[in-house]
Design a protein around this ligand. Structure first.
Ligand SMILES: [Cu+2]
Length: 117
């Protein structure tokens, strides 16, 4: 987990995010909201940072109260399936899309489904 954060310094994340936002102003956007298997604040950071690298993503926020993820994206670059697949690829379920099992197993114990029951 730590290694992933080192690979994606905050400054780059913010720069990419701002660039995407700037370019997207004149284009059509869509916002989707779906439940994920996120468990904690670490999941929140990981999911939000990972998704902010997807070209076309303009806004991403995980609600820690109910684990619903809100993603706003440019419809010319992304669709809902691609957004959910990205979440699944990094180890979390995304609505009706199941998590990539290997990625989920590689998450810290506290980030795996059922960790806080
Ligand atoms: Cu977590």
């Amino acid at each position: 987990m730590k290694n992933i954060f080192n690979l994606f310094p905050k400054a780059i994340v913010i720069t990419v995010f701002l660039m995407c936002s700037y370019q997207g102003n004149a284009q059509n956007t869509k916002t989707v909201k779906f439940h994920t298997s996120a468990q904690c604040g670490m999941c929140k950071n990981f999911i939000e940072e990972s998704l902010s690298f997807l070209p076309g993503v303009q806004f991403v926020e995980l609600n820690l109260e109910n684990m619903f993820l809100t993603v706003k994206y440019k419809t010319k670059k992304l669709d809902e399936v691609a957004v959910k697949n990205m979440v699944a690829e990094i180890g979390y379920s995304a609505g009706d899309v199941k998590a990539n099992q290997k990625a989920m197993n590689d998450l810290p114990k506290c980030c795996q489904p059922g960790a806080h029951l």
